[in-house]
Design a protein around this ligand. Structure first.
Ligand code: NAP
Length: 317
C-alpha cells in the first residue's frame, strides 16, 4: 500500500508539546497537502494558529478535546464528523492517538470517575476512535502511541516503572483500592497497565477495522525530559530530567525530535509493516508476550464499550 494519499485529513491528539508537537510540525512541513486536526484540551485555536505560523501551512485546525472527559471527547468527535460531512475537511485518513499522561498515584479520577491514567490514555482514545471509525477512509490508518513500559521488564524500563498491574479491566478502569494505591509505584504501574491495554486495543481494532485501514502501536522509545512526569513533584521531575544525561546509552532511549519525525512517517508514509504490528520507533518488533491475548483483547473491547457508553449512542463499527 502506498503512503496516505491526498486529499486527506489526519487527526492528532496531544499536539501541543513533547512527541506530539514534533509530529504535528513534521506533518505540516512534509505533507502540506494533507489537513491536520489537532485535538487538544487547551487553546486549540491558538495552537493551530501557532503551528500554522511556524510551518507556513494553513491546513491546520484545532478542536477542543479533553480525553479525561467523555463528554468532551464526544463533542470533539462530533465536531470533526460535521466538518467532514460538510466537506470543510477532506476525508479522514488517519487518527494518531498520541496524548498520554502518567499520574502520581492510582487514585485520581477523570471527570467521569475512571482512574485518570486508564481513563485518559485508554478510554478517551477508545471513544474518540470509535466515534470516528465509520468516517475513516481507506487507505487509512490508526496509530496508538504505546510504551516499552508495557513489557514490565528491566530491559525496557530500567526498573523505573513497575510491571503493569494484572487485574480485570473493570478494576483497572476505576481508581485503585489496593493497599498501595496512594503510592507513586502504583501510579507508574497504572501507566504501564494503560500501555499494555493500548496494545490489546490495537490488536482488537485491527480485527474490527475494514480492509485498507491499518492499525499500529507506535512505541516512541524512552524520551526523558518531556512533560510526561510533570505531575511527579519536584524530586520526580528532577529524576526524569536527569535521565536525559544518564540514558544516552540505553538502547530504547531517544528524544521527541527523532521519534516525532518517525511517528509522522508511520502515520502517513508507506506502511512500515503489516497492520496490527508493534513499531519500536518505526521498526516492527514483537510486543510483550502478555499483549497477544485474544481473550483479554475481547474483554478490553467489551468493557471499554460498556464504560464509554451511557451518554448517547454512536455508530456501530
Ligand atoms: N516520554 C517518554 O519517555 C515516553 C515513552 C513511551 C511512550 N510515551 C508516550 O508518548 C506520548 C506523548 O508523551 P510525551 O512524552 O510527549 O509527554 P508530554 O510532553 O507530557 O505530552 C503529552 C501530551 O498529552 C496531552 N494530554 C495529557 N492528558 C490529556 C487529556 N486529558 N486530554 C487531552 N490531552 C492530554 C498533553 O496535553 P497538555 O499539553 O494539555 O498537557 C500533551 O500534549 C504519550 O502517549 C506517552 O505515554 C512517552
Amino acid at each position: 500500500m502506498p503512503a496516505i494519499p491526498s486529499p486527506g485529513t489526519v487527526l492528532l491528539t496531544g499536539a501541543g508539546r513533547g512527541l506530539g508537537r514534533v509530529t504535528a510540525l513534521t506533518l505540516l512541513r512534509e505533507r502540506p497537502d494533507l489537513h491536520l486536526v489537532v485535538a487538544v484540551r487547551s487553546d486549540p485555536v491558538g495552537l493551530a494558529a501557532r503551528l500554522a505560523a511556524e510551518t507556513g501551512s494553513p491546513r491546520v485546525r484545532g478542536v477542543a478535546c479533553d480525553l479525561g472527559s467523555l463528554g468532551s471527547v464526544r463533542q470533539a468527535a462530533d465536531t470533526v464528523r460535521e466538518l467532514l460531512d460538510a466537506g470543510e475537511l477532506p476525508p479522514l485518513r488517519a487518527v494518531v492517538a498520541n496524548a498520554g499522561m502518567q499520574a502520581v498515584t492510582a487514585t485520581d479520577r477523570t471527570a467521569d470517575g475512571f482512574e485518570v491514567t486508564f481513563g485518559t490514555n485508554v478510554l478517551g482514545h477508545h471513544l474518540l476512535i470509535r466515534r470516528l471509525m465509520d468516517r475513516l477512509t481507506a487507505p487509512g490508518r490508526i496509530v496508538l502511541v504505546g510504551s516499552g513500559t508495557h513489557f514490565g521488564d528491566f530491559r525496557h524500563s530500567w526498573g523505573l516503572v513497575p510491571p503493569p498491574r494484572s487485574a480485570p479491566v473493570a478494576e483497572l478502569a476505576l481508581p485503585w483500592t489496593t493497599p498501595d494505591a496512594h503510592t507513586a509505584k502504583a501510579g507508574r504501574s497504572a501507566y504501564a497497565a494503560s500501555k499494555l491495554a493500548t496494545v490489546h486495543l490495537a490488536h482488537e481494532l485491527d480485527r474490527r477495522t475494514p480492509k485498507g485501514i491499518d492499525v499500529y502501536t507506535y512505541d516512541p522509545g524512552l524520551m526523558p525530559g518531556t512533560g510526561l512526569a510533570r505531575e511527579a513533584g519536584p524530586l520526580g521531575r528532577l529524576l526524569w530530567n536527569s535521565l536525559l544525561h544518564l540514558t544516552r546509552v540505553h538502547p530504547s532511549s531517544t528524544n521527541p525530535r527523532a521519534s516525532g519525525r518517525k511517528l509522522a512517517e508511520v502515520a502517513v508514509g508507506a506502511p512500515a509493516a503489516p497492520s496490527g504490528s508493534y513499531l519500536d520507533r518505526g521498526r516492527p518488533v514483537r510486543s510483550a508476550p502478555a499483549s497477544y491475548d485474544p481473550a483479554r483483547e475481547a474483554e478490553l473491547w467489551e468493557e471499554a464499550e460498556r464504560l464509554v457508553a451511557g451518554k448517547g449512542a454512536y455508530p456501530a463499527a
